[in-house]
Design a protein around this ligand. Sequence first.
Ligand code: COA
Length: 171
Amino acid sequence: MVDVRLRPATPGDAAAVARIWHDGWRDGHLGNVPDALLAVRTPESFDVRAPQRVADTTVATVDGTVAGFVMVVDDEVEQVYVASTFRGLGVADHLLAEAERLVAQAGHAAAWLAVVAGNTRARRFYERNGWADEGPFGYEASAEDGVLTVPCQRYVKPAQEGPTAPDGTSR
Ligand SMILES: CC(C)(COP(=O)(O)OP(=O)(O)OC[C@H]1O[C@@H](n2cnc3c(N)ncnc32)[C@H](O)[C@@H]1OP(=O)(O)O)[C@@H](O)C(=O)NCCC(=O)NCCS
């Protein structure tokens, strides 16, 4: 295990996020998504989207290097990505736990996410962390001129309540 620090992303993290996002997207999605989605997920598309999404992003750092990130929008854990050299080290567990905490903090009863069926490593990771597979659905992925519907599995997990004090208040 490594010493993982979490913090909200800043605009200065966008380039590192774009690189991890691009490389990880290919690892998880090549061969698992329609060609139409592959065609719009160019390297430049990640350079455009990462700076736009800074406010939704939490980064994990190891020795000051951005090792991975998560994006949360409302009750959706939208992206969980760890650079290949930092996989299998627990970085992703920290990111997912923080995403779950953010969803609960925003008052949602449950968190959800979409994962393509063929992304077996991610599915195993989510299941190990207590997420349940609710079955197939069509995820509306952003594309240049609107959305593309991508066959995915929907995973859910009840939002974790914080510890409750003896007087019934949350802390
Ligand atoms: C998904 C991701 C964040 C998980 O982080 P990670 O550090 O790789 O996760 P872990 O190694 O802790 O867990 C992965 C699990 O899959 C297993 N695994 C590893 N390679 C695998 C493979 N090729 N096929 C199936 N399972 C695999 C691991 O053994 C582990 O299971 P275990 O804990 O039961 O042994 C990371 O792999 C990643 O960034 N992938 C690319 C981007 C991506 O697909 N993101 C998710 C989009 S929905």
